[in-house]
Design a protein around this ligand. Structure first.
Ligand SMILES: *Cc1c(COP(=O)(O)O)cnc(C)c1O
Length: 426
């Protein structure tokens, strides 16, 4: 038995499914999860000493690769003076200033501890600020696991075979209306049918929890216009796209303004952090300024702020990383398409910025229904073939492949070689 197998055997006895987040259990692809001991740059090592080129990157945070020396140093330097105080620290101010500088259309920020918390709080704020109850979300978009958002959710909730979680009350779900991604008419119908009742439309500007589905031209702008027409707020859930598509996230990349923006993943530099942000007028509705309550014992934790801020500072100092990551992702996508053609594999490869995803289907994937046509058994086979060849991909079809600035030309060449062999083996 490998060390990972031994650990998993112990894990399943004390952790549900052996893990602390469902997708990690490898249930969608079969096999034994690898227990990771170390990451450096674009590579990770498992308990058995096997090295992999990593395209999970902790599901997005490691945009600069693992163990970046400047981020580690910022964490060490901060932690020797204490881990948490529950009182304000200078780092929180610097972090908020940095975010306001980088991200368009935001004036104030509230730090939280996860993407889930960021979305849950932003939705509460949208409801509090508009005095309306309903929310429109898109089928296959994932916004964390708060009750109101676990309706038609993507990511791990998809391969669970049970998209709507047990334990979510009808009451919590009834105010969540479901539209189709890239289909403005589906949004307009819901807004028309619920006049004056929709607090917000929440969207992943690039849907990255049903694989990777970029917005069609005009989709995000169309949402902006529909929200303005109906007095609803537009929430961009930028937990994945924030600081990844561009330094200013999707708002900058697509040139569309959101009223509220949620962050997570990258913003913590690998530590558990989330945030929501918006205009002063909206954010001053939050306690202690306004009537929308939201709090957090560890929110703005100094060590977490040190890591996140260090990462954001590197991203601002090195804007060229965005072009590099995009070029790397394009390189992989182009080669995947070539290999698919060469071996007559029915595949679609979606790519935008540093995000990409191969689907095993003939149908172009521009919405959730199309994503679901992918042959997930083929993905599972592909995943395992890649793993054998030292490439660590997301253990589920409905996740993105995250390219970092640490991926080298050698990594890319090894990846596309492994991919060609894996596709040939399907
Ligand atoms: C990961 C994710 C979340 C949830 O963030 P957690 O930190 O896992 O709670 C919310 N929205 C999107 C778009 C995500 O990808």
């Amino acid at each position: 038995m490998t060390k990972s197998e031994q650990l998993f055997e112990r894990a399943v006895k004390v952790l549900p499914g052996g893990v602390n987040s469902p997708v990690r259990a490898f249930r969608a692809v079969g096999g034994n999860p690898r227990f990771v001991v170390k990451g450096k740059g674009s590579h990770i090592w498992d308990e058995d000493g096997v090295e992999y080129i990593d395209y999970v990157g902790s599901w997005g945070p490691m945009v600069l690769g693992h163990s970046h020396p400047d981020i580690l140093k910022a964490v060490y330097d901060r932690m020797v003076n204490g881990l948490s105080f529950g009182a304000p620290t200078a780092l929180e101010v610097k972090m908020a200033e940095k975010m306001v500088e980088m991200v368009p259309n935001i004036e104030m920020v509230r730090m939280v501890n996860s993407g889930t918390e960021a979305v849950m709080s932003a939705v509460r704020l949208a409801r509090g600020a508009t005095g309306r109850d309903k929310i429109i979300k898109f089928e296959g978009c994932y916004h964390g696991h708060s009750d109101a958002m676990l309706v038609g959710a993507g990511s791990g909730a998809l391969t669970q075979g049970e998209p709507d979680s047990k334990g979510v009350t009808k009451g919590a779900a009834q105010d969540t209306l479901m539209a189709q991604y890239n289909d403005l008419a589906s949004v307009e119908r819901l807004l028309d049918a619920n006049p004056g009742q929709v607090a917000a439309v929440i969207v992943e500007p690039v849907a990255a929890n049903m694989g990777v589905v970029p917005p069609k031209d005009g989709f995000l702008q169309g949402l902006r216009e529909l929200c303005d027409k109906h007095g609803s707020l537009l929430i961009f859930d930028e937990v994945i796209t924030g600081f990844r598509l561009a330094a200013g996230g999707a708002q900058e990349y697509f040139g569309v303004r959101a009223d509220l923006v949620t962050f997570g993943k990258i913003i913590g530099g690998g530590m558990p952090v989330g945030a929501y942000a918006g205009t002063r007028a909206l954010m001053e509705q939050v306690a202690p300024c306004g009537p929308v309550y939201q709090a957090g014992t560890l929110s703005g934790n100094p060590v977490a702020m040190a890591a996140g801020l260090a990462q954001l500072e590197i991203l601002t100092a090195h804007p060229e990383v965005y072009h590099k990551m995009e070029t790397s992702a394009q390189y992989i996508a182009d080669h995947l398409r070539e290999s698919a053609k060469k071996h007559s594999a029915k595949m679609q490869v979606n790519q935008i910025g540093s995000l990409l995803c191969p689907y095993f289907t003939e149908t172009p994937v521009d919405c959730f229904a199309a994503a679901k046509t992918s042959d997930t058994k083929k993905y599972a086979k592909y995943f395992n073939e890649m793993l054998l060849r030292g490439v660590y991909l997301a253990p589920s079809q409905f996740e993105a492949m995250f390219v970092s600035s640490a991926h080298t030309q050698d990594d890319l060449a090894a990846t596309v070689k492994a991919a060609e062999e894996s596709i040939a083996a399907l």
